[in-house]
Each structure stands twice: as C-alpha cells, then as structure tokens.
Write a protein that binds this ligand. Structure first.
Ligand SMILES: *[C@@H]1O[C@H](CO)[C@@H](O)[C@H](O)[C@H]1NC(C)=O
Ligand SMILES: *[C@@H]1O[C@H](CO)[C@@H](O)[C@H](O)[C@H]1NC(C)=O
Ligand SMILES: *[C@@H]1O[C@H](CO)[C@@H](O)[C@H](O)[C@H]1NC(C)=O
Ligand SMILES: *[C@@H]1O[C@H](CO)[C@@H](O)[C@H](O)[C@H]1NC(C)=O
Ligand SMILES: *[C@@H]1O[C@H](CO)[C@@H](O)[C@H](O)[C@H]1NC(C)=O
Length: 331
C-alpha cells in the first residue's frame, strides 16, 4: 500500500557521502551509514506519514515540502531509533499530545514552516530533546507543560511566530538552555524575571521585535551570555547596569533602534558592537560612545554606518571622524 512513492536505495559508506545526497523532488531517499540510517523525502505528496514503509532502524527522518497535514503518535512510535526528526515546510496545524511517546533516543526535532497555532500539553515529553525548532509557525503562547521540568533542551528556536510576550512558565523549565531564538515576533517588553531561570544561556536572539525598553535587571540570571541580538527593535535607551553581570558578553547587536545615546558602561568589555542605524545625538554627552568607537575602530563591521542624526549641523557625520573639540569634549 506504500508503493505509490519510490524509495531510492543508496548504499553509501563515507560520512561525506551524506552531504552530497540531496534527494530529488517527489521521492524519498535512503542513506545507510555505519551507524545511522537516513530517510530524506523532498516534496513527496504525503497526507500522513507512511512510517511502515521506512526502515525500522531509521535514525534520521526528514520530510519537507510534503504537505503533511496531520501526524499521529502511532506514526512515529514504531521508529524507536529516531534521533533526529525534521518535518519542515508542511501543513501541520496541530500535534497530538504525547507526540514523542516511545522515541527515547530523539534529541533533535525541527518543525519549521508549519501552521501550528497551539501545542498540546506534554507534546515534547518522553524524548531527551536537546534541540527544538518551531520557527515560522503561528504560535503566540506555549503551555508550561509542553516540556518536562528541568528539560535537557539546549537550543530553542521560536523565531517568526506571533508571540507578544515571552512564555514565562514554559521558559522556567529550560534550566539547561544555551540558545534562545525569539527573533521576528511581536514582543513589546521582556516580562520581568522571564529569563532568570536560564543560567546557561549564551546566545539570545531578540531582533525584529517591538521592544521599547529593557529593565535593568532583565538579564541578571544570565551571566554566561556571549551574544545578544537586539537589532530592529524600538529601543530609545538602555538602563545603567544592564550588562553588569555579563563578563562573557562579547557580541552586542544594537543596530536599527531609536538610540540617541548609550549609558556609560553598556559597551565595557564588549569585543564587538553593532551600532549603525540609530539616530545618534552628537553633543558632549555622546563622549562615552565616541571614545568606545575610537578605541575599537577595528571591531566595527565594515559597512557599519554610525552617523549623527542630530543636532542639525552634525547630521550625517561619521562619529569616528568627529574631532573631540567638535563634540565639545577634551580628547
Ligand atoms: C538497519 O537495518 C538494515 C536492514 O536490516 C541493516 O542492513 C543495517 O545494518 C541497519 N543499520 C543500522 C545502523 O542499524
Ligand atoms: C502541496 O500543495 C501545493 C498547493 O496545493 C501544491 O502546489 C504542491 O504541489 C503540493 N506538494 C506536493 C509535494 O504534493
Ligand atoms: C530541577 O533542578 C533543580 C535544580 O537542580 C532541582 O532542585 C529540582 O529538584 C529539579 N526538579 C525536578 C523535577 O527534577
Ligand atoms: C546633549 O543633548 C541632549 C539632548 O538634547 C541634552 O539632554 C544634553 O544635556 C546635551 N549634553 C550636553 C553636555 O550639553
Ligand atoms: C567612518 O570612519 C572610519 C574611520 O575613518 C572609516 O573606517 C569608515 O569607513 C567610515 N564609515 C563610513 C560609513 O564612512
């Protein structure tokens, strides 16, 4: 009954062979490596997942651009060796509770580009997930119980959804999280305390939201932050002491906000900062930013245009090319 589509069998022995084995549209491809069995289906017209047609010891299953509109927990249960599952660019509207029941080896799940509006409780229980990608769906909230307490999750991608607030009770369970991606949502603020239970967080992606301000204590629970992406928001200023605890924060992206100045301290210890696309106000109060830019000229990205917006006579000037006297400060 599963003979409508074609399983191409490719016996490949080296690891590098995998990278080259792109499946052709309309069929599934099988790759046997020494310790993994990959099934890759590209643009196959599936309504449901024909798991019985796949090898029982499949470790990696990828089904993309296949218009898959529903999935049952029974469809996956028989594939108990799965360690990576990717169902990207399909038409999934809902997922069953206990989706991952029996998948005790699954550590990567990617559901990018579906139509998910909500998730049932316990949906990501049962598997030792390390990486979960739900990018490009229609989610605006996530129930706390979708993942177990003290989840092993290290990377979570919720970018390009409809969040207006961070799902605080859900995030509290992710004590092992290292990377959190919330870019391209509609966040207007970071709920106080939202990120405090993420002590291992190293990368935070918040670009292209609507953040107007940040609380001075927003990141107190994240001493290991190394990269912070805040570009494309509506930030007008940053509070003093915002990154006081972030000794490891080397990369700070503040591009395309409404910043006219920065509170002294914000750039201390940063190796790289992206500051272009802000309406900098160039008078003596900009001394801190001016000094940092002059000291770190080599750390500014090539095309990064950091120019004055106001006052009128300074408009368009490259900040690093302004003389101290012109800014009204001593060198
Ligand atoms: C998976 O099953 C096939 C067919 O039974 C077998 O040839 C292969 O060695 C198995 N591969 C792994 C990684 O277990
Ligand atoms: C998925 O649906 C779209 C729109 O109906 C269609 O154009 C496309 O061919 C379908 N893809 C497959 C793999 O059947
Ligand atoms: C979660 O981890 C914390 C801190 O390690 C521990 O105190 C708590 O008992 C754990 N909770 C569960 C349900 O395992
Ligand atoms: C620089 O301009 C800002 C905004 O107009 C003003 O608040 C500030 O006092 C000015 N700084 C100095 C040193 O004049
Ligand atoms: C701004 O000035 C610096 C230092 O002279 C230079 O390296 C950089 O290319 C200039 N940027 C622009 C956009 O002109």
């Amino acid at each position: 009954m599963y003979s409508y589509y074609f399983l191409t069998l490719a016996l490949l022995h080296s690891c590098s062979a995998y990278a080259q084995s792109v499946s052709s549209p309309g069929e599934c491809r099988l790759v046997f490596n020494s310790d993994e069995v990959l099934v890759i289906c590209d643009s196959v017209n599936f309504k449901t997942l024909p798991s019985k047609g796949f090898p029982e010891n499949t470790t990696d299953l990828t089904v993309y651009l296949s218009n898959l509109s529903s999935i049952a927990s029974d469809d996956l249960k028989i594939l108990s060796h799965l360690s990576r599952l990717s169902l990207t660019r399909n038409q999934l509207h809902t997922l069953p509770a206990d989706l991952l029941l029996g998948l005790s080896n699954l550590y990567v799940l990617d559901l990018t580009g579906n139509k998910l509006t909500s998730l049932p409780s316990r949906v990501f229980h049962h598997s030792p997930l390390v990486e979960l990608t739900l990018s490009d769906n229609l989610l605006s909230e996530i129930d706390a119980d979708c993942l177990p307490v003290n989840s092993s999750l290290q990377r979570l991608d919720l970018s390009s959804n409809k969040f207006t607030q961070l799902p605080v009770p859900f995030l509290r369970r992710l004590t092992n999280l290292e990377s959190l991606d919330f870019k391209n949502n509609q966040l207007e603020e970071l709920t106080p305390g939202a990120l405090t239970s993420l002590p291992k967080l190293e990368a935070l992606y918040l670009e292209n939201n609507r953040l107007k301000s940040l609380d001075a204590s927003a990141f107190v629970g994240n001493p290991n932050l190394r990269q912070m992406f805040l570009s494309g928001n509506h930030l007008e200023s940053l509070p003093a002491g915002l990154f006081l605890k972030q000794d490891e924060l080397v990369f700070l992206d503040l591009r395309s906000n409404y910043l006219q100045n920065l509170t002294p301290g914000v750039l201390d210890g940063r190796s790289y900062a992206v500051l272009s696309g802000n309406p900098w106000h160039c008078n003596a109060s900009l001394a801190y930013v001016w000094h940092w830019l002059c000291m770190n000229e080599k750390r500014i990205f090539h095309d990064d245009k950091i120019t004055c917006q106001t006052p009128e006579h300074m408009k368009g000037k490259n900040i690093t090319e302004i003389a101290a006297a012109e800014l009204g400060i001593k060198d």
